[in-house]
Structures are given as C-alpha cells and as structure tokens.
Design a protein around this ligand. Structure first.
Ligand code: SF4
Length: 332
C-alpha cells in the first residue's frame, strides 16, 4: 500500500457498527429478501480462522458492535466461534435471525457472549407470513408458515435467560394493514425496527414489484403502531423507509468483502477484510455510507448498555463466569 493510500485511509470514517452477513444461504423463502447472495453461495466458504481475522480487524479499527446476519446466520457452522471471538475482543454482539435452530441449549450457551437477540417477525398471523414467503421453504411450498409459533417460543426462552430482544419487521403490500401492537406489547422488545420493503437491484428485482408500499402507507403503519404503544416508552420503535436504509449500513458479505447499498445496489470492495484489513477494504466502498444519515436513522443507540446482564440474575451469573474465564485468557 502506497503513501497515497495511507493518506486516503486516514480520511475514511470508520462506522461504529457493522452488519456481517456471515452466511449466504437461507432456509426461508421471503419474497422481498435482498440478502440472497446467489453468487456467494457458489464460492468457497470462509474458514473459522479467516472469520476471526475479520473480527480482529473490526475491533482493531474501532468498530464497537457487530451484528451477525445472513442469509440465515444460524446455518453458519462457525457462528458460535465468531460470536465468542467478537465478545472476547470487546465488541457488542448481536444477531438477527429467523429463529432456525435457536434452542434453549443454544441460547444458554451463547448467553454470556451474545448481547442482543434480534428476530425477524413481519406479521400477526402465519397466514400473512405464508403470503410473503416468511417461513421454511417446505412450508411455503405447501402454502403455510409456522414462523410465528416458533418465534413465540424462542422469545419466551430468550427472555427467561435475560437476553435483550430486538424485533425486525418488513412492511410490504401484504402486511401494510396488519396490527402487530398486541404481540409487541406481549413480547416487550427493547427495540422494534420497522422497515419499508427495500428494492435492491440484482437481488430482489424479480419479486419486489407487487410487494412495494408507498412512503405514505409505510409511515401510516409506523405511526399507527407508535400510537397504539405510546404507553410503552421503554420500547424504542424506529421506522426506516427506503431513504433511511440506503447508504447508512456498513456491511460485510459472506466472503469477507465490505459493501454498501447507496443508490439501491450493492457496491463491494475488491478485496476481503481478512486479506487487507477492514480499513483498506472499507475505504474502497465508504463513499456509499454517510455518518450523518447513519446517525439520523438512529444507528447509534445504547447497545453497550448491556441491559440483559443487568436485568436478569441468570445471565448475570453466566456473565461473571465468562469474565472469570476471560481473566485466564479464554473467551468472554
Ligand atoms: S429469513 Fe432473511 S435471509 Fe432468509 S429469505 Fe427471509 S429475509 Fe432473506
């Protein structure tokens, strides 16, 4: 790397939070999905070691939160290794999943290492989920989804273990008039992110047309739910329309390439993080990310507050075990 590159890199703003799409494949059939990674699914997978190098580089460059997403991150065989490593490196750890394989044993094992559990739940009925493809592919083929029933149980288990819960909902033409308020009230997540279904060129153009909603329809959904839950100030409800979602996410793909989505299509770095380091890879795509817009969409929140460990004595004791281990050089 030349002096000019070094100079350029010094000027690049490092994002405080990164979404690592660590698994290309998914077992669900969501029609609106913009994280299909068709090409990446055909490429050799990252080794556990290369994944750890990515995390080391994120941490060394000042990234303070890593969110494991997919595809479906729970299908990634190195996921637990990487969550543990990210926590050991001192970052806040988070996952957004469709809930696949999220057993009580898994939640218990990850409790000392995983700060935030995010579930993608779009609707108040599984009939609506089936209509948007939010379910296992086999279920969707039969015109069914059991997504809601599975997520109910996962939330119950996770809350017993003291996890901070996040909820992600995509608003499309299928669920624009749905009412999720009673479920959100019952689940009581710390944070509920509501997204306007997002077209991404080359990812979901085939199916997105009939699913799109107008800005007005989207805002009506957000405001309706904010009003219905106005007595629950402790639940942060954040609406992200297409504008807010574009150019405000720093992402890593399943092969370790950094990318951004400004302009409605993905811009990838030419080299992966584990080969050149996060700063060098990020500098290739950082023009597609705006710190100001990231902050404006409330991308900064109190993720390090780790309310999970404060609220729940089970998790608190698990965490203290973990910290003891950290003193001996093992994972925290
Ligand atoms: S669960 Fe997520 S990654 Fe899988 S198809 Fe649905 S939106 Fe895409």
């Amino acid at each position: 790397m030349g002096a000019k590159d070094n100079q350029q890199n010094q000027d690049v703003l490092i994002p405080p939070a990164v979404n690592w799409h660590c698994q290309a494949s998914c077992n669900y059939g969501c029609k609106f999905c913009y994280a299909r990674f068709s090409e990446q699914q055909l490429m050799p997978r990252l080794s556990a070691e290369d994944g750890c190098l990515i995390l080391e580089s994120l941490s060394a460059n000042g990234v303070s939160k890593v969110n494991f997403v997919g595809g479906e991150p729970m299908l990634q065989s190195h996921l637990e290794t990487w969550i543990i490593e990210a926590k050991r490196l001192g970052m806040t750890t988070s996952i957004v999943s469709n809930g696949t394989k999220m057993s009580n044993a898994w939640l218990e094992e990850m409790a000392p290492h995983l700060d935030w559990l995010g579930l993608s739940i779009d609707a108040s009925t599984d009939a609506l989920h089936a209509a948007m493809g939010r379910g296992r592919r086999g279920e969707i083929k039969r015109g069914k989804s059991h997504h809601l029933a599975r997520c109910h149980e996962i939330i119950r288990l996770a809350k017993d273990l003291g996890y901070g819960i996040k909820l992600n909902t995509v608003v499309s033409s299928v669920n624009a008039f749905d009412n999720m308020a009673h479920l959100v009230r019952e689940w009581h997540p710390s944070r509920w992110k509501i997204f306007q279904v997002l077209p991404i060129e080359g990812e979901n153009d085939g199916e997105i047309g009939t699913l799109e909603v107008s800005e007005e329809q989207f805002q009506a959904y957000v405001v309706r739910h904010q009003n219905a839950l106005s007595d629950m100030n402790e639940i942060e409800i954040i609406g992200e329309d297409n504008d807010a979602m574009r150019g405000t996410y720093a992402m890593i793909d399943p092969l370790g390439l950094v990318y951004t989505n400004a302009g409605g299509k993905y811009l990838y770095s030419s080299q992966p993080v584990h080969a050149v380091g996060f700063e060098a890879a990020w500098s290739q795509v950082a023009q597609g990310w705006s710190e100001e817009d990231f902050e404006h969409r409330q991308g900064i929140w109190n993720w390090a507050d780790d309310n999970a460990t404060v609220r729940n004595p089970v998790l608190q004791s698990l965490s203290s075990v973990s910290n003891d281990e950290a003193d001996g050089g093992a994972e925290a």
